[in-house]
Structures are given as C-alpha cells and as structure tokens.
Design a protein around this ligand. Structure first.
Ligand code: NA7
Length: 537
C-alpha cells in the first residue's frame, strides 16, 4: 500500500505516456465512458517525437501511412508536406490530434510514474509519481514506448569532458548552434545516421566515431506530391486495409516471387529500381530476402557496392561497409546523404574497431590513434528497447509479485499486451508483439482497440478483473520463440535482441509472424470468442 493512498485521486483507468499510444488509449477509453487520466513525464505530449528532436530526425515510414487511421475526418483534413515527415511535423500532428479530440484536459504533464502496485482486495492499481502523487485506478495501461529509455554508454572520463554533451534522445528544445564548433558523434544507428549530414553541414569539423557500421538506404525524401496525396486520400480506407494485409502493415510494394526463383540480373535490376525509389522497400524486394542465403548475400553485396560508389576514398568506404552481419539482421537505416557526408573535408570517420576509444579528456576524446580536441559530444547510443521503461517502474502484481522478478529470464507476456499475475494491466506494443517490426501507429491502434474491447466486455459482465491465464501466456511465449527461431534478426546482436544493453536477458522481444497472422491471433483471443486466454471475473 502506498503512503499517500488516502489522498489518491481515483479513476477508471490510468494511462502512462502521452505519445501516439497514450493519446489513442485516452480517446478510446474515454469513449467507453471510463474516467481516464494520462500521466506523462515530459513537459509536453508527443513521446518519441517530443524527445528525439535532434537535427535531421525523420520517420522512416511514409507520412501518409505513419498516422492514425481511427478517424477518417482526421485523415482527410491533415496534410503532410513531405514523403517522410520530419520530427517537427509529426509533433505538430500529435498536438493537432490532441486539440481536435480535446484530449489535453485529461493529460497530466511533468508526472514521472515510479510505482504501480496492485491491491488484491480492491482489484485496483495504486500508481505513484516521483513527486509523491498517487492515482488509484481499476486499469493501468502502459503506453511507455518501445524506444523511450536511452542507454548511457560506458565511456571513460565522460565527466572530465568540459565541453557540451548532447544526447539525440533528449535534444534541447531551443536547438543547438554548431557553427564554428568541433563536434564528435558516437553512434551510427538510425539516429546517428540521420543527424550526421546535418551537423556536418554546420560544424567546423565533425568526427564520426563508429563501432559497428550499419546498412542504410537512401530515403529520397521529397515534398509531398499533391496529386499523390489527393489520390491516396480518396482511397484511404483501401490503403489502410491493404497495409494491414502485409507482414509489416506498411505498403512497400513487397515482392511476392522468391528471389531464388529469378536470375541474378533480374534481382540486380529490382534492387536498383528499389534503391532509386528509396526507403525501407529495398528489403521487401523478395519474400526470401532474409531467409535465403544466396538472395540475402546478393542484396548485401549490392549495398556494399553502393557504399563504395558513393564514398570517394576507398579506405573510408571500406570502413563504412558492414561486415559483421548481413542486411536484414538489424533494423535498416534510411538516410538523407549519410555516405556522401564522408566526402566532405570537414568530416573524419574514426573506426573504433581498429582505433579504440580510450575515453574523454578535458578538451576532447582520445583514441588509440591520439587525442582530438572538440567542443561538443553528441551521443546517439541507442535505447534499452521494449522493456526499458517498464523495468524502471516498480510494478507489483498479485501478492506483491514484482514484474522485474517475473521477467528476470525475459519478458513473458500474453500477446505482448497482458501479463499473468498482473490483473488489469495492459501494455501497448509490449514485448512479444510485432511492435517495431511494423508501422507502429497502426500496431498501436490494433492494441488499443483490443484492450478497449476487452475492457468493454468485462464491464458488460460487471467483472472487476481481467487477467491473462498462465497457460495462455506460456503458449504465447513458446509461439513467439518458435517464430523467431533461426531468423536473421534472432542471430544478430542488436537492440532487437537486447544485446546492446549490458546484462540484459537476450530473449525474443518481437512476434515475427507478421501482421495478418497477429491480427488473427488477436481476433481469436478477443471478446468475439469470449477471450479464451483471459480470466474475466
Ligand atoms: P541504435 O540503432 O541502437 O544505435 C546506437 C549506436 O550507438 C550504434 O551504432 C552503437 O554501436 C553505438 N554505441 C552504443 N554504445 C556505444 C559505445 N559505448 N561506444 C561506441 N558506440 C556505441 O540506436 P538509434 O537511436 O540510432 O536507433 C534506434 C531506433 O530508433 C531506430 O532503429 C529507429 O527505429 C528509431 P554498436 O552497433 O552497438 O556497435
């Protein structure tokens, strides 16, 4: 029991997080008639798009797809200005949605949730913030994001550095002036790859400290074509349904004929065509891109050649070519001029594999090759994905069971939404669901709709408790593991497998069966079938 419980404010539901997921959860739960409050640690809404405001931040899903589908009026009235929306435009969109659906009145900002304890007797959750406020609610919905807790890298002497340290994951709202500055960036994942070209254009000198090269395809971002947009809007519903019928609920014009069945020359033409179109569609050229070694090697070699063509100095190109893993093992990056940046005179690539980083000094950084003076250090070093946010909250279910204890060997869930022993707790895009392998806005809507339908079902039966059955959870965990078995993703070290966080249990965090199969699972597990994997009492 929490100390300030007597002064707790009581609600039907508490939603934690006011990003895409939290806002839609509020909208749906409120429409069910539930008194709902959203608690957000930031001083404004937007989640990922609130925090990651580094220069060059942009979505890698096309803007007409990376948006809510729940309201056709919204779909029709909002206009995206570019093929891939910038962070700023997505944040404006989220704010527009909050105003349009009058969501702000139920959102409490500057509220960092630190504890959520379930009380068996009342079947209620007591949720406490860092500043001691307590909220009681029947339901708690964690809309805390898959990539919301940054990893603080272990770098010797970081405290000794007298210059400015910036993090892509918590970029200053007022922006940063790089003019005349010597800058170093650590991290060459999506965040690093996106901001490198922009910082290079402004800074006096930029050092890019690369530990593992990543694969990146050109985004070929461009202003929105008004004809394309209006055509899309005329058939929005059909486009959404078509997207949901694909594995990643994303229209990439995915190829259906296996690459193995076509000639090398034909594959080469198709890779080139997709390379020119730009974006993540490159890895959807063939259904066996990541499963057939020959097709995968061809795609990998193709990108290696492209890097060598773009980067003028062969020794620099050689360092940028990923050799540790084939394409598709990690999340593919989408860039706007990343490789070309290394042709600039004011950019130096430092390969930490051959020239290890020894640490920071007062005035810069030191590698095995010597010391470099810098004014600013940018950390683009990634996130404690999937479980990071929940593991930092003291969540306790039945009989005081701690979620961290329950998940000591990995995050067992039912559908990636519920956890047995934790009644009335829901996660949106939680571990064990497709989450980041899909267009996450539609994945969020799918989860919120399922949760809302289950809550409505329970309320219609005047039930107080919705809880995943242990058997159903075990079955789900086995299914997730079986689907991941042998995949390139499961064999490659990355944040997808938890390998980027020291000591993190490497388990299967993602459902890899694709969206249509996952939707069938949700349908079978939902109220239409009387929620067979849940105890509703
Ligand atoms: P990522 O993709 O996890 O990238 C983090 C990068 O930081 C990666 O290149 C890491 O190298 C590097 N890193 C981390 N720690 C260190 C240390 N100590 N020294 C040197 N380099 C380090 O995170 P992002 O933010 O770029 O992208 C995450 C997702 O957000 C992205 O896929 C989109 O979906 C949005 P490593 O590869 O571990 O050797």
């Amino acid at each position: 029991m929490l100390e300030a419980e007597s002064s707790a404010s009581t609600h039907d539901a508490v939603v934690v997080g006011a990003g895409f997921a939290g806002l839609y959860a509020l909208q749906r739960l409120r429409n069910l008639g539930l008194s709902t409050v959203v608690l957000e640690r930031g001083d404004d809404i937007g989640g990922t798009w609130f925090w990651n405001r580094y220069p060059g931040a942009r979505c890698d899903v096309e803007s007409l797809q990376y948006s809510y589908s729940f309201s056709d009026e919204l779909q029709q009235e909002w206009s995206w200005s570019e093929r891939f929306a910038s962070q700023g435009e997505i944040l404006r969109y989220i704010n527009y949605v909050a105003d349009r659906f009058d969501l702000r009145r139920d959102i409490t900002l500057n509220t960092s949730v630190v504890r959520a304890h379930y009380d068996d007797a009342s079947a209620m959750w007591d949720i406490a913030s860092a500043d001691g406020r307590v909220y009681r609610a029947r339901y708690v919905v964690f809309a805390t994001g898959c990539l919301s807790v940054p990893v603080e890298p272990e770098i010797n002497g970081l405290d000794a550095f007298q210059g400015r340290i910036l993090r892509t994951s918590t970029w200053p709202k007022e922006g940063v002036d790089f003019a005349g500055k010597r800058v170093a960036i650590i991290g060459t994942g999506s965040s690093g790859i996106q901001c490198t070209p922009v910082i290079a254009e402004q800074a006096d000198h930029l050092f890019v400290l690369q530990r593992t090269p990543n694969y990146s395809v050109p985004g070929r971002n461009q202003p929105m074509d008004p004809d394309f947009e209006s055509d899309w809007k005329k058939n929005y519903r059909e486009h959404r349904l078509a997207a949901l019928a694909t594995r990643s609920n994303n229209l990439f014009n995915a190829g259906t004929v296996p690459g193995r069945q076509v000639s090398f020359e034909e594959r080469e033409r198709e890779f080139e065509r997709r390379w020119q179109v730009g974006g993540l569609g490159f890895v959807y050229a063939y259904p066996d891109m990541t499963s057939d070694p020959e097709v995968n090697k061809h795609a990998t070699d193709f990108v290696h050649r492209k890097i060598a063509e773009k980067v003028k100095k062969p020794e620099v190109a050689a360092r940028l070519v990923p050799s540790e893993y084939p394409i598709g093992g990690r999340r593919l990056c989408v860039d706007n001029g990343y490789y070309e940046t290394f042709n600039r005179d004011n950019v130096t690539l430092i390969d930490l594999r051959t020239e290890p980083l020894l640490g920071m000094t007062r005035d810069g950084f030191r590698t095995a090759g010597g010391e470099h003076v810098i004014d600013m250090l940018v950390l683009a070093t990634g996130f404690d994905a999937f479980t990071g946010a929940l593991s930092r909250i003291d969540v306790r279910g039945r009989n005081g069971l701690s979620l961290n204890d329950k998940w000591a060997d990995g995050p067992d869930t039912y559908l990636g939404i519920c956890v047995s022993g934790f009644p009335n707790l829901f996660m949106i895009t939680g571990p064990g669901s497709p989450s980041v392998l899909s267009n996450v806005v539609l994945a969020i809507e799918m989860h919120v709709n399922w949760i809302a339908d289950c809550v409505a079902h329970a309320r219609a039966r005047q039930a107080r408790v919705i809880e995943a059955n242990t058997d159903a959870e075990v079955e789900w965990v086995d299914k997730v593991a079986a689907l991941a078995q042998g995949t390139l993703i499961s064999k490659t070290k990355s944040w997808y497998t938890g390998a980027n966080v020291a000591g993190k249990t490497s388990k299967y965090f993602l459902y890899m069966g694709g969206t249509p199969a996952y939707m069938r699972e949700l349908q079978q597990a939902g109220p239409d079938n009387d929620c067979p994997g849940l105890s509703i009492a």
